[in-house]
Design a protein around this ligand. Structure first.
Ligand code: FE
Length: 341
């Protein structure tokens, strides 16, 4: 009996080793993602095909994913968090959810201003001024500061001051002009509101198109999405509005990002870094950006998005994204003081 038990044990050990080496070869990667666009499916499928690494993805709202990662603690199966906006990445970062990554490839591919020690940007969007041609003159709305001028009283529509997109914009204003000016700017905006903040960027664009207000601020991809829409009412709305690249004669148009970070307790660290590096590849960059009508961060990527290209070129804010992210907390305080709900 003894030898056969011994033999069975050996077989079990061999089988066990075999499965370990198989899993090391194929591997898995667990991604928590607050980004869910159809083209992202191809992005994940290509990675699995070329590496043999299976991706398990949990899609959800940023706040829920962050809460989940916190609750799971050291036992969290999550390797990566993918989300949008520096303000949100900063929330995850300030909670200590990320760990630093050292990757020569990422440092080479992603511009220094678009990465931090703990998270990376993979696409960019701009926050632009959108105005109704019949209600407002183009000269009146050349900068973010212009929207706080008394001449635009009752003309400004904005989404909530607590939304990450506006907090990041506020962080840019603080970084360039200081807290006092940012607060005064927010006060001026609030004084010009046509209505109390409600809805998202697309709702503001539609309100401007309908003449309910004269001007708003929106992320570029919402505009491109409406321009590419097959719904006649969206195309009609886009005919009624014009877009301005703000602050071209000062610090440039505020830029934000989609990004990702390696989680502190990532069980599949190597696979996760491989995926981050993959996101910086030519092919993935085009997919990642195209998924939400954004610009790739890696220079020279050809993106098949003529509508996005038609927006033209502009002078972007050069502020490092990590510096911007850190100021978002101050922006919330300044907006609170100014009464931007
Ligand atoms: Fe958005």
């Amino acid at each position: 009996m003894a030898p056969s038990v011994h033999k069975l044990a050996l077989i079990a050990v061999a089988a066990c080793l075999c499965s370990v080496s198989a899993s090391a070869q194929t591997g898995v990667l667990n991604i928590y993602s607050a980004r869910h666009y159809q083209t992202d499916e191809a992005l994940y499928a290509n990675f699995s095909q070329s590496t043999g690494i299976k991706i398990n993805r949990l899609d959800g709202k940023e706040e829920e994913l962050v809460e989940r990662i916190r609750n799971e603690g050291k036992a969290s199966p999550a390797d990566l968090l993918i989300t949008v906006d520096a303000a949100r990445l900063e929330v995850a970062d300030s909670l200590g959810l990320f760990q630093p990554v050292s990757s020569k490839l990422l440092d080479e591919r992603i511009p220094a201003a678009l990465r931090t020690p703990t998270w990376y940007s993979f696409s960019t969007r701009a926050r632009v001024i959108v105005y109704n041609q019949a209600a407002v003159k183009r000269e009146q709305v050349q900068s973010y500061a212009d929207l706080a001028m008394p001449a635009l009283k009752g003309q400004v529509c904005m989404r909530s001051g607590s939304h990450p997109y506006n907090l990041s914009l506020g962080a840019a204003v603080i970084s360039h002009e200081g807290e006092a000016k940012a607060e005064a700017w927010a006060r001026g905006l609030v004084a010009n509101f046509a209505r109390a903040p409600k809805g998202g960027d697309t709702d503001q664009i539609k309100a401007v198109a309908a003449g309910e207000c004269g001007v708003t601020i929106s992320n570029t991809y919402y505009l491109v999405r409406m321009m590419r829409s097959s719904r006649p009412e969206d195309l009609r709305a886009m005919k009624a509005v014009s877009v301005v690249w703000p602050n071209q004669s000062s610090w440039g148009t505020h830029i934000n990002v989609s990004g990702a970070g390696l989680l502190k307790h990532a069980p599949n660290r190597d696979a996760a870094i491989r995926f981050l590096e993959y996101l910086a590849s030519d092919q993935a960059q085009a997919y990642f950006a195209e998924g939400n009508n954004e610009w790739p961060v890696v220079k020279g990527i050809v993106q098949a998005n003529p509508t996005l290209a038609a927006l033209g070129s502009f002078k972007p804010d050069q502020l490092p994204i990590g510096e911007l992210a850190k100021a978002t907390v101050l922006a919330q305080k300044a907006f609170d003081r100014a009464g931007w709900k």
